[in-house]
Design a protein around this ligand. Structure first.
Ligand code: FE2
Length: 352
């Protein structure tokens, strides 16, 4: 399987991973041959890349069926959570949070960081998938920061619920595509407070989970909101989710802008070290996530193009690259690999 930008997808190529709607049902199933109708449709709804089956890369990306199922259940469950909040149904909210914990436990114990980061997101399913991506990323970062089991659940739950306060803000403001007025922006900035208020009313939600929700827009240098907290006045929970929320947000398409390429999003996080984000957290981020996802086609400084097939831990910009025989041959002689750890004169200059 390889990761391909929609503009590079050719007719009759076969979809490698399911594409879901916001309700968690399948929009297009893995195995479908992409004809021009499907390709146009996917572009129209804002899909910018898809996984394509490619036997030359079959050993690279395995599909974790259990995780796919847990994510689908979680997406379905998100609308229940919102309903429970509206109906002030504490028992219902408590039950739906248990479903989130199942996903978090699975990610923390069995997840492979390389499999998880790049699911297909469209405009319409942005909100829930963004929450789930933020939850999964935060859990990985928490594992690397040696959070204990309870803390991981608190962190992951808070990360998935981080924007729950937006349910208190009118849709006309949340979905506005033109620029916001000053008053509207001030209202948006209150969503961490609204989220805190919602969760505080539910006594089974831990203080650390509430901190994630109330602090996820606070910034290390005090330029965040709603309270302008600085440095260690922001909890480690709030700091982790602050970084992951930004990364997951800018790597998605929104109605008002195109997604960042993964390398640009990564650069954004690194450039915020010591200002927007705690330097220590950014260092952990670097040791946890790689810049170029597995299966991604990249261009090297020697003008050769190839696919990322293996990461080198701690060196996010120097993975192993598989270069294909362009005559389309298959089998063992159809490619060779360059390990950028051993070829220090070669660098990645971009995503193809
Ligand atoms: Fe937010």
């Amino acid at each position: 399987m390889r990761l391909e930008f929609m503009c590079n997808v050719k007719e009759n190529e076969v979809l490698g991973k399911n594409i879901y709607t916001s309700e968690g049902t399948i929009l297009l199933k893995a195995g479908v041959s992409l004809n021009s109708f499907f390709i146009d449709k996917l572009k129209k709804i804002g899909v910018s890349y898809v996984y394509i089956q490619d036997e030359r890369l079959d050993d690279v990306l395995a599909i974790d069926d259990k995780l796919v199922e847990l994510k689908r259940l979680t997406i379905k469950n998100m609308s229940k959570i919102v309903k429970n909040v509206f109906n002030k149904d504490k028992k219902g909210l408590h039950d739906s949070i248990e479903i989130l914990e199942e996903l978090i436990d699975y990610v923390a114990e069995n997840g492979d960081v390389n499999d998880l980061l790049f699911d297909v997101k469209t405009y319409d399913n942005y909100t829930y998938l963004h929450c789930i991506d933020t939850g999964i990323m935060s859990t990985f970062l928490g594992v690397n920061m040696k959070f204990n089991h309870l803390e991981l659940r608190e962190l992951g739950t808070g990360a998935i619920l981080h924007d729950i306060g937006k349910t208190k803000i009118p849709n006309s403001i949340i979905n506005k595509t033109s620029s916001l007025t000053k008053e509207e922006f001030e209202e948006i900035k209150r969503h961490p407070i609204y989220g805190k208020e919602i969760l505080e009313k539910n006594y089974s939600i831990s203080d650390n989970t509430i901190k994630v929700v109330s602090e996820h827009h606070e910034r290390f240098d005090g330029k965040g909101y709603p309270n302008g907290l600085t440095g260690n006045a922001i909890s480690k929970f709030g700091k982790v989710v602050g970084v992951c929320d930004v990364y997951a947000a800018v790597t998605s398409n929104r109605s008002y802008r195109k997604r960042f390429k993964p390398n640009d999003a990564y650069e954004l996080i690194l450039s915020g070290s010591g200002t927007m984000f705690d330097d220590e957290i950014v260092q952990k981020f670097k040791n946890t996530f790689s810049i170029y996802p597995l299966g991604c086609r990249v261009i090297l400084s020697n003008s050769i193009e190839g696919y990322v097939v293996k990461q080198n831990v701690g060196f996010p910009d120097r993975p192993v690259i598989r270069v294909m025989d362009e005559n389309g041959k298959t089998g063992a002689n159809s490619f060779y690999e360059i390990n950028l750890m051993n070829s220090i004169n070669i660098t990645i200059i971009g995503i193809a």
